[in-house]
Design a protein around this ligand. Sequence first.
Ligand code: PLP
Length: 235
Amino acid sequence: MTEITDHIAETLERVRLAQFAAGRTVDEVTVLAVSKQQPVAAIRAAYQAGLWNFGENFLQEAIVKLKELEALDITWHFIGRIQSNKTRDIAELFQWVHTVDRLKIAARLNDQRPHFSPPLNVCIQVNQAGEAQKGGVKESEVADLARAVMSLPRLRLRGLMTLPPTTPDPQTNTPLFARLNRLKEVLIEAGIPLDTLSMGMSADLEVAIGQGSTIVRIGTAIFGPRNSIQREQGD
Ligand SMILES: *Cc1c(COP(=O)(O)O)cnc(C)c1O
């Protein structure tokens, strides 16, 4: 597991350099370790190496791991597709959800968030390239959904999330990241207080940080390749 410790050090160094290059303050960006399809031992190693934000995509897999790791002070983020029959477990077990893209799902999460827990932190997923196989609302629909989510008392709207098209050259997605950043600013000007941009993964964290990312979601660069039996985003 020393490999994971080394990978984390390398990743944090990439993040630090990218922030420096973008003229940003050093603690503006959170590294979210994406632990889908990784064993509990790998999560423990990453936690011991100093990370405490972890992201999971597949609810059934996550339930088992969260239970095993409940003694650790981990902030759990749900970053997979959300089916409506899964909202109760998500609302009970996670502190963040990055993939809200429908009011129906937001309303269920709101209703099912336990009253002894703080409001659930939520990002709206934006499908910027109109990819049919991915979740997310159109950019033109974000403001309406954001206003609706804002009115739900058990949710705390934090920001926007994007999962741009896979590309061999990460620079290709620079305009998409820039547009999401601009959209966040527009919403803030319109009275919707957002502080989060969840964008950037192993291959393109530098590009995303250059365009204002505040949470980078890093899987492979920390844990190495996943066993790829399960599909990428969904449950
Ligand atoms: C798997 C996944 C990641 C991590 O991707 P890597 O390229 O392995 O860093 C980030 N975000 C989401 C939504 C994912 O599904």
